[in-house]
Design a protein around this ligand. Structure first.
Ligand SMILES: Nc1ncnc2c1ncn2[C@@H]1O[C@H](COP(=O)(O)OP(=O)(O)OP(=O)(O)O)[C@@H](O)[C@H]1O
Ligand SMILES: [Mg+2]
Length: 284
């Protein structure tokens, strides 16, 4: 049996396990940036596994890797030397020309990144309509997807501001650790500035607790985040799970690496919560 076939069988099993009903239109081409200038908090892990889970739930998803580290690109098994977001920024390519279809998850596409993207922070400011270059790229493919997720780098530089200008909302992973909230004010301030000057419709999608372990410190952090952000904090918490760290080296989302891992369950539940929240918002 080939890989693709095996993967489709695994995916069908999930659908049964999670009583997944099939595709329904929620929110055409919603653009969600995963951002936090703090490094290593789970942005890329969430970008990969939330995108794949939502795709498995029947939505058409594009994951844009906007980090020169290109971890989302390699983590889904794609070549980090491919043409991608950087060539779109310079205008050599369109997103449609360079986006890649996942062999494993049929509703998932990736717009890859490469180390070339490091130049974007210095090149973008000199471009025409400099704050809206990424928006222009996304507008070209927006109507082809239900959701577009963007994995940001751990910085609040010009490229990230461009992404926030293109996004409908920001999903903020917060690692359950000491001083988790420290540094968030800088991100929230940047979001506020972008909202008032460049993108009035920008919203906060939510705060997601990541790398949770059942201990006093982690519970304290989780409570603090919930007290601080109320309903904006997701009910679903992503536990620390070694499989989530291993899956990228196999070029797969965790659900196709280890179906029984807690990481698989956590991200599928997150995807369901995300879709439910968005259905409610769309109904308002
Ligand atoms: N829930 C988890 N359990 C265990 N390991 C995790 C979990 N989430 C992420 N990791 C691991 O922690 C490290 C950092 O995660 P990740 O790359 O997703 O963070 P990031 O915010 O994208 O980092 P950067 O700021 O460098 O882009 C990675 O090695 C990843 O595999
Ligand atoms: Mg990352």
């Amino acid at each position: 049996m080939n890989n693709l076939c095996e993967n489709q069988i695994k995916i069908t099993k999930f659908a049964q396990l999670f009583k997944i009903t099939t595709t329904r239109f929620d929110h055409m081409g919603k653009v969600v940036a995963l951002a936090n200038q703090k490094g290593g908090v789970g942005k890329t892990t969430t970008a990969i596994n939330l995108s794949a889970s939502i795709a498995v739930l029947g939505k058409k998803v594009l994951l844009i890797d906007a980090d020169p580290q290109a971890n989302a690109t390699s983590g889904l098994g794609f070549d980090v030397n491919s043409e991608g977001i950087y060539e779109c920024i310079t205008g050599e390519r369109t997103a449609e020309e360079v986006m890649l279809h996942s062999e494993d998850v049929k509703n998932l596409w990736v717009l890859p990144s490469s180390i070339n993207l490091v130049a974007a922070d210095t090149e973008l400011p000199n471009m025409e309509n400099s704050h809206r270059v990424v928006k222009g790229i996304i507008d070209g493919v927006r109507d082809k997807f239900d959701y577009i997720f963007i994995d940001c780098s751990p910085s609040l530089g010009f490229t990230t501001v461009n992404i926030l200008t293109a996004a409908d909302s920001v999903l903020i992973p917060v690692q359950c650790e000491y001083l988790a909230l420290e540094g968030l004010s800088k991100l929230l301030n940047t979001i506020k500035i972008v909202k008032s000057n460049l993108n009035p419709s920008l919203e906060i999608e939510g705060f997601l607790l990541t790398m949770y372990m059942r201990n006093r410190l982690n519970n304290q952090v989780a409570n603090e985040v919930r007290e601080h952000f109320g309903p904006l904090a997701y009910d679903t918490v992503i536990q620390r799970n070694i499989r989530l760290g291993e899956a990228p080296s196999h070029g797969k989302p965790v659900m196709l690496y280890d179906a029984s891992a807690s990481g698989t369950t956590n991200y599928l539940l997150l995807a369901k919560e995300f879709l439910k929240k968005n259905r409610k918002k769309a109904a308002k």
